[in-house]
Design a protein around this ligand. Structure first.
Ligand code: AMP
Length: 415
């Protein structure tokens, strides 16, 4: 099957076309046929489109909304000069898989989209006002443009964490608030943590039940996950992606009193404060320079910029704290796995996070660590390290494509 994988953000659309099926999943032989990204939807959009490993096409195009952006992609996919192997018409796309950020308690796995699934995603908008509406725009556009007969599947970022126990997911608030409003930790980046755990099993030959690891996704958004017996038992993001680790522009954990204090001191609205917590905090907020770790490392090294150094130190300190906490929860860990733009490409950050943890059995091999960049999947701990450390480049789209096939063909879902 050729699956069109769609990930819509508030002003962006990412897609991949992946050839996959039960036998290809079995052989780990799925194939990415094309991919692309449209940014700044709503104005002069920036379009990047690529077939296989060919050089990408980049351009600008006025695209007023997600439907116009998806129509643009479909026209490109179908154009005879594009030459995507095995695709000459719309009938060569067999299903669409959508990334949906919040599934709350309702969606514990991936689902074929029908009216009730759409209503369920709409019900979760309260919990994910920044994300679910954009995901829905993608779903509505795809139903319209691919036609009602095309199977569409929703894969939820929260689903992998639905196995967390109450002790981990409840906030210590009056219990009625959970009962009435479902206020609790849900966790995100589930498809990434799930993919990393799956690759860990492939690398080590372990079974799902033997998968007791800590996965750390460090990108613009960051989260850590404690996995026991192949299932998420705790994760750092919360009811929304704002909780937990320090991120590119998000604060991560803070005392909620800060919000009320700021409202009084600055006379700002709650919305404005949440905008600060989501968009102007984290690496950007502390450094006052950028949310991009590459640039921060450059500033720290070339100009010894004090706040760039501080932002990096705080970022690593917090990841270390979560890893230490999860080691305690899991009674030790069989491995630590890094993923995400920073986790996959920044040896200096990994070293800072895991340095000085020899007592806990973690020893980084500097030579291996330096080589683990640009998509290389490898072990970066020393041979004497009691806890192996891996870099595992994430591939959320592959999980989306595979779950889409499983949902369409009613195949069993692994965790
Ligand atoms: P993601 O959200 O997973 O795409 O990750 C994006 C982030 O990864 C960027 O904002 C950068 O901060 C970081 N990143 C990418 N490449 C590097 C690199 N070579 N060194 C340090 N950080 C990087």
């Amino acid at each position: 099957m050729n699956v069109f994988v769609l990930n819509c953000g508030s002003s962006s659309l990412k897609f991949q076309i992946i050839e996959t099926d039960a036998d290809l999943i079995e052989k780990d032989a799925d194939r990415q046929l094309a991919k692309g990204l449209i940014e700044r939807i709503g104005s002069e959009a920036i379009v990047t489109l690529q077939v296989g490993d060919n050089p990408p096409f980049r351009g600008a195009q006025p695209l007023r909304d997600h439907k116009a952006a998806l129509a643009h992609v479909i026209n490109w996919v179908m154009a005879p000069e594009t030459h995507i192997p095995g695709i000459s018409g719309l009938s060569d796309i067999h299903a669409v898989g959508h990334r949906v950020v919040h599934g709350a308690e309702r969606f514990k796995g991936s689902h074929l989209i029908d009216k009730s699934v759409i209503a369920g995603i709409q019900e979760c908008i309260d919990l994910a006002p920044l994300h679910n509406p954009a995901n829905l725009k993608g779903i509505f556009a795809a139903i319209e443009l691919f036609g009602p007969a095309m199977p569409q599947v929703a894969v939820f970022d929260t689903a992998f964490h639905s196995t967390m126990p109450e002790t981990a997911y409840l906030y210590a608030l009056p219990y009625q608030l959970y009962r009435r409003f479902k206020i609790r930790k849900y966790g995100f980046h589930g498809t990434s943590h799930r993919y990393v755990a799956f690759r860990y099993r492939k690398l080590t030959g372990k079974q799902r039940k033997e998968t007791n690891i800590i996965t750390v996704h460090l990108g613009n958004g960051c989260s850590a996950c404690a996995i026991r017996g192949g299932q998420s038992v705790d994760t750092s993001m919360g009811m929304t992606p704002l909780e937990g680790l320090m991120m590119g522009t998000r604060s991560g954990d803070i005392d909620p009193t800060v919000i009320e204090f700021l409202m009084h001191k600055e006379g700002t609205s709650v919305d404005e404060i949440f905008s600060t917590l989501n968009k102007r905090s984290g690496l950007l907020g502390i450094s006052g320079l950028t949310n991009d770790m590459r640039d921060l490392e450059g500033e720290a090294e070339e100009h010894q910029d004090r706040r760039a150094i501080l932002a990096i130190e705080m970022f690593c300190y917090r990841v270390k704290k979560y890893i230490g906490g999860y080691m305690a929860i899991l009674n030790g860990t069989d491995a630590i796995c890094f993923a995400g733009g920073i986790g996959e490409n920044a040896p200096g950050i990994r070293k800072r996070i895991l340095g000085n943890m020899e007592w806990l059995g973690v020893e980084i091999d500097d030579g291996r660590n330096a080589k683990a960049i640009r998509g290389r999947e490898m072990l970066i701990s020393s041979d004497t390290s009691r806890v192996p450390v891996y870099v595992i480049p994430t591939n959320e789209e592959l999980i989306l494509a595979r779950d889409t096939v499983r949902a369409v063909k009613s195949l069993p879902f692994p965790g």
